[in-house]
Design a protein around this ligand. Structure first.
Ligand code: HEC
Ligand code: HEC
Length: 227
């Protein structure tokens, strides 16, 4: 009697263990199969925007943890040639490389709307990049002054600590310094006019080059990995 009960317990335990293993295996497979991640890898996004949307090359933007709706609109605008940007060091518009990767020379998209939707949903869930350490140390007073200017001129749209923007607006905290500067300059000089960027024009028009650099000093050092 006793040994029968014992084997029943063993049997039940084995079943429970097998079920647990099956669940973790299914979870792992699901992770691997995330269609957004797969499409991100297959469509060369990773080559420019880095693994999991972090550690993008040159002054290209990090995308991990960015707002999905915002990203979708930007991808569409870049593919349609509506967001070009100022010339990069090679003399081509900043977004030209991405457009070339996603649109054929005949103007046919190489990526479907569904893939774009999956990619941005996956990217938005990824852990944001840690701040890139500055080339030269930034004085604490300068960061403070950048924060003060941010609160006065930018917070109404980009939100508290630049992390809680209005719906569909970009999160700019922790973004790369050089990218932040080029975008502010491009919006100021109207090299970038797509989407809602005109809403920012009257604000950035009044900023000096040093104001812009100081804002980027503050914004680029906000650590989104610590909440
Ligand atoms: C050849 C390099 C390259 C490839 C490939 C590429 N991108 Fe980009 N991407 C860029 C650059 C550079 C910019 C910034 C353009 C600018 O400065 O105006 C950008 C901008 C973006 C933005 C806007 C970010 C923001 O904060 O405004 C999104 C979203 C984006 N890319 C997503 C993707 C996705 C998704 C893929 C793959 C389907 C992809 N990119 C492929 C280089 C690339
Ligand atoms: C009236 C609202 C508004 C104000 C004020 C505003 N912004 Fe923006 N900003 C936006 C919107 C909307 C976008 C996205 C534009 C688009 O749709 O392409 C944007 C885009 C940006 C970008 C580019 C983000 C990216 O990922 O490419 C940066 C950087 C930025 N803003 C910084 C600032 C700073 C710094 C200030 C304050 C000096 C500021 N903005 C003030 C609305 C605003």
């Amino acid at each position: 009697m006793k040994s029968r009960l014992y084997s029943l317990v063993i049997f039940a335990t084995t079943l429970a263990m097998a079920a647990a293993v099956a669940v973790t295996a299914a979870e792992a497979a699901k992770k691997k199969r995330d269609p957004g991640k797969r499409a991100y890898m297959r469509n060369t996004c990773i080559a420019c925007h880095g693994r999991n949307g972090r550690g993008a090359m040159l002054d290209y933007p990090n995308l991990a943890g960015q707002d999905a709706k915002y990203m979708r609109a930007q991808i569409k605008d870049i593919m349609a040639g509506k967001r070009k940007g100022s010339p990069d060091p090679t003399g081509n518009p900043r977004s030209e490389g991405m457009r070339g990767a996603l649109v054929t020379p005949e103007g046919e998209p190489r990526i479907t709307a569904k893939q774009i939707k999956d990619i941005v949903a996956w990217l938005a869930k990824q852990k944001p990049a840690a701040p890139t350490p500055p080339e030269k140390p930034i004085a604490a007073e300068r960061i403070k002054a950048g924060e003060k200017l941010y609160k006065k001129k930018c917070r109404s749209c980009h939100g508290k600590k630049a992390m809680k923007p209005l719906k569909g607006y970009p999160i700019i905290a922790g973004q790369k310094h050089a990218y932040l500067v080029t975008q502010m300059q491009d919006i100021k000089t109207k090299a970038r006019t797509n989407g809602k960027s005109k809403l920012m024009l009257s604000t950035v028009k009044k900023l000096s080059d040093d104001d812009i650099a100081m804002l980027a000093d503050y914004l680029s050092q906000i650590d989104r990995t610590k909440k």
